[in-house]
Design a protein around this ligand. Structure first.
Ligand code: F0G
Length: 407
């Protein structure tokens, strides 16, 4: 029903053993399905009657043993129609897919429910990841639910406090390294290649991305079967934009839709190897050695999934853009104040990117646009408190308050 295939040389790998990279050429792997069989399975199933969630689409996911599913009720996040923000930006049809509504507050939960289920299917007892914060929080929660050991490696001092607290409280073994995310991921990849007893759940793991592709399925279902014209996604390690594109393509291949959106990637200016490559029409990236941005979730200089992401953007006819920290923080504020949605800085980069694409004339005002906001604002309370206007402090006196209110 499914198998793993190299995105470069197309060599197939058996899903029976744990593999992260193509054994022949070392390139990334992706999960492939026999679509004829899948169509038949889907027609026979009652998936359309199930509530919106990752597991609504279980027939579309690479699971062998349903009894092993580890779930915290992930997915089913709201698609908000944002009229006030749309009007401000000069757009007619704007939606925000708010992934902060997932159980641990980010889109990572879509991937981890599938990834940790695969860990149980493979019979492993330890799961590991490197993280800028959200991956570690999510993996820690799913490992706790599964009752297995979890080790997370993070860049010291560069993970937002809410995320660090989550990983600690869910009981992960948290190791902070003197280095950045790229250094941490390097170590975790080598660890998992050296030691078969640990299972790596970073986004090079193709099963994790299968969970994340369900965001695309949900958007199509929430828009009554019609994909949007554009999907704008914050890009870090570049797994999510690749996964979402895969989801849209699969729905089309299964004849559940008949169009595809253009995928628009947004990176922070100080950590933008993919956006820079796409803009320069290059097929490879130049890693950023010392990535820096206020959006710590996407502070990544050498994204492992760059090939998949560039392919997704190009195949779909999309574009990529960079946004400054100032533009990110402004977008966070405007989204919160016009729509009541508080998202973390990395998430707000999709809104900052939309503004830029509109200014550049890249997006037409009549297009249907979906911005993905990837994580909840409360993950990182320090950043707004540091950069936004501080509240006034006065004596506990009614007259003083009256004067402030102006009554
Ligand atoms: N937005 C948020 C809030 C994230 O946490 C991440 C990635 C991204 C966007 C980018 O997604 O890597 O698939 O391109 N966070 C990872 C982590 C790297 O460790 O939590 P991507």
């Amino acid at each position: 029903m499914f198998y793993l295939q190299c995105i470069g040389c197309h060599e197939k790998s058996s899903p029976k053993e744990v593999v992260y990279y193509c054994k022949k050429c070392g390139d990334l792997l992706e999960v492939k399905y026999d679509f004829e069989k899948l169509k038949f399975k889907i027609e026979k199933s009652d998936w359309e009657k199930r509530p919106l969630s990752v597991w609504r689409y279980k027939e579309f996911l690479p699971i062998l043993d349903e009894s092993k599913i580890v779930s915290l009720n992930e997915g089913g996040t709201k698609l908000y129609r944002c009229n006030r923000l749309a009007e401000k930006l000069g757009l007619r049809n704007l939606y925000v897919k708010n992934e902060g509504e997932n159980p641990t507050g980010s889109f990572k939960d879509r991937g981890m429910t599938v990834g940790v289920t695969k860990a149980l299917e493979y019979g492993v007892k330890t799961v590991v990841c490197a993280s800028t914060g959200n991956t570690s929080a999510s993996l820690a929660a799913y490992a706790a639910k599964a009752g297995i050991r979890c080790l997370v490696v993070i860049p010291s001092g560069k993970v937002a406090y809410g995320k660090l607290a989550q990983a600690i409280v869910y009981g992960a073994e948290v190791v902070q390294i003197h280095g950045n995310f790229d250094d941490a991921l390097n170590i975790i990849i080598r660890l998992s290649l050296d030691c078969g007893e640990v299972y790596m759940l970073n986004s090079v793991n193709p099963y994790r991305l299968e969970g994340q592709k369900t965001l695309a399925y949900e958007v199509v279902d929430q828009l009554n079967g019609r994909p949007p014209d554009r999907v704008i996604v914050p890009v870090g390690n570049a797994g999510n934009i690749s996964a979402i594109w895969k989801g849209f393509k699969e729905f089309k291949e299964l004849e559940l839709t008949n169009s595809l959106p253009k995928m628009m990637g947004v990176q922070a200016e100080g950590a933008a190897p993919i956006a820079k490559a796409v803009k320069a029409e290059k097929d490879t990236i130049e890693p950023v050695l010392e990535p820096e941005t206020v959006a710590t979730a996407i502070r990544i200089g050498a994204p492992v999934n760059w090939k998949k992401a560039i392919r997704a953007i190009k195949e779909s006819g999309g574009k990529a853009e960079t946004v400054s920290d100032k533009e990110i923080l402004e977008a966070q504020k405007v989204l919160a104040r016009s729509e009541g949605l508080f998202v973390e800085p990395a998430s707000a980069s999709s809104i900052a990117g939309l503004k830029k694409f509109l200014e550049m004339g890249e997006i037409d005002k009549d297009e249907v646009v979906v911005c993905v906001t990837t994580g909840h604002g409360l993950k990182d309370p320090d950043t707004p408190v540091k950069f936004f206007v501080k509240p006034v402090e006065v004596e506990a006196d009614l007259d003083v308050i009256k004067r402030i209110v102006g009554v």
